[in-house]
Design a protein around this ligand. Structure first.
Ligand code: SF4
Length: 484
């Protein structure tokens, strides 16, 4: 990809000149060292007990060092929420158990196979950008732990390097080039068959840790490059909601005025209602006079700020994680409260096969049952969320889990699980294809069903890693092919 400096257009420069970029005081407690050395703020010290710290300290420098797997980080706002919430503590609190079993993939989903330029994953009509490699706080179950902890990843060509961040010039050059070839070829790329790259997800890490001027530079450059819709993935509503202040909202207003045709979606990440609802001394959620649930003031203001702008769509998506939100009641409350506030419930995810995934992932069938149970009693519009599991082939829905045998079909004595492909990173027509496997209540990843596939038109169990350069699929050894 061509190097050199990115030169904004006049329109871009005019928009960027209006951006106010204040510094945000998140009051971050970084790492375990402040706890080990008794230097954490007085009221935060007790977040870890002496026994917990001794157990974590004993792992320091060993292969089971929890901070080497995933850096530890927390904001004061989140600490205050977590003080009275075990599920929230489990989101950010390191435990020795998380490195008991380090099995898992260093590059879940072989993301780097889809990176035509550093920091950009191109998946059919959509691109995902690694815009930054940290967040205001760190979830222990994060599936970008290899980016956040800056691990060396083996690429498909055998080279080994840390995942790099996206650069505006490289990414916009690539988008323009791809889209010009597609346009000149009647709507499809002559080699890959892909359509226009029309949507970009700004991700990381959390792009909301970047200053406004950097976010503004990205979104205006993407708009100039012909992107029709931009998404920004963030957990900042939970970690530091004051980030969604007037300076940010004014920038977004100016962006919309400058580029009215560009759609914008905020993909937020709440795992549990304790992240935004107020609880009374008895642990019950407080209500407003009309019976609706009461939000924390900072989070309510942040949410009202974005939802008041009808052109900013807000959607929540979150994994279902052991000890955090494997709880139908919590998920029911969350879906209901979010929908009322104008937030769509997009996906719940089964945890991915990250390093140490067995410490965090809920069995697939259990996750489906939890979500299904949580949606009982909710209205149709509150239950748009589906349970997704990310196969190496693309996003796949866990569509159904049954309990009864299918007459005449061997292997279905305990019922079946049906996967359905929602989107394939390479090829649109795969959508809707299904795979049926016999039940395995302990299954946590696709390979746990490897010996019980009944029907697989989706090709989930006959999958080769994609070779971008040759534009063909090459066969992988069995244990990799079914890795998900
Ligand atoms: S906010 Fe998202 S990217 Fe950041 S640590 Fe949590 S899961 Fe990972």
């Amino acid at each position: 990809m061509a190097t050199g400096k990115y030169v904004p257009t006049e329109r871009e420069a005019a928009f960027q000149s209006t951006i106010e970029s204040p510094k945000y005081e998140r009051d971050i407690i970084n790492g375990l060292t402040p706890f080990f050395k008794d230097k954490a703020p007085a009221d935060i010290k007790a977040f870890y007990s002496a026994e917990e710290l001794a157990a974590l300290a004993a792992l320091k420098g060993s292969p089971r060092d929890v901070e080497a797997r995933m850096p530890v980080k927390m904001t004061r706002h989140f600490f205050e929420l977590a003080q009275n919430s075990k599920p929230l503590q489990n989101i950010v609190k390191a435990t020795p158990d998380e490195t008991l079993n380090l099995a898992g993939s260093e590059d879940p989903g072989y993301q780097m196979d889809f990176a035509p330029v550093e920091g950009l994953l191109h998946k059919y009509e959509m691109g995902l950008l690694y815009a930054v490699s940290t967040c205001s706080a760190h979830c222990r179950f994060c599936y970008r732990e290899e980016l956040i902890s800056q691990k060396e990843i083996e690429r498909q060509d055998g080279t080994v390097a840390k995942k790099g961040l996206a650069k505006i010039k490289d990414v916009t050059d690539y988008i323009r080039q791809h889209n010009e070839i597609v346009a000149a070829n009647g709507g499809r790329h002559p080699e890959t068959g892909r359509e226009k790259l029309r949507e970009i997800l700004l991700s990381g890490g959390d792009p909301m840790v970047l200053p406004n001027r950097k976010i503004g530079a990205w979104i205006s450059a993407l708009a100039e490059a012909g992107i029709e819709s931009i998404r920004l993935g963030t957990k900042e509503m939970s970690f530091h909601p004051k980030r969604f202040d007037q300076a940010f909202l004014s920038m977004m207003d100016n962006f919309h005025e400058t580029y009215p045709d560009v759609g914008f979606r905020l993909m937020i990440h709440f795992n549990h209602p304790d992240e935004f609802l107020v609880k009374g001394p008895d642990g019950a959620y407080l209500t407003n006079p009309n019976g609706s649930l009461k939000w924390h003031d900072d989070t309510r203001l942040a949410m009202e700020g974005v939802t008041a702008r009808g052109w900013i769509h807000v959607e929540n998506q979150a994994p279902i994680i052991k000890g955090v939100n494997d709880d139908p009641d919590a998920l029911r409350v969350m879906q209901r409260a979010l929908y009322r506030a104008g937030v769509g419930n997009h996906y719940f995810f089964c945890g991915r096969d990250i390093v140490a995934y067995r410490a965090f992932n809920v069995p697939i069938e259990r996750a489906w049952q939890i979500l299904n149970e949580s949606q009982k009693g909710l209205s149709g519009v509150e239950t748009h969320a589906r349970l997704s599991i990310t196969h190496y082939k693309g996003k796949t829905e866990v569509a159904a889990v049954t309990n009864e045998p299918i007459p005449g079909v061997p292997g279905t004595e305990n019922g079946v699980l049906i996967f359905k492909i929602l989107r394939n990173a390479m090829d649109a027509p795969d959508r809707g294809k299904v795979c049926m496997v016999a039940r395995n209540p302990d299954a946590i990843w696709f390979d746990d069903y490897e010996d019980r596939v009944i029907f697989d038109e989706a090709g989930l169990y006959d999958y080769g890693r994609v070779d971008r350069k040759k534009k063909v699929e090459i066969q992988q050894p069995a244990e990799v092919a079914v890795g998900g």
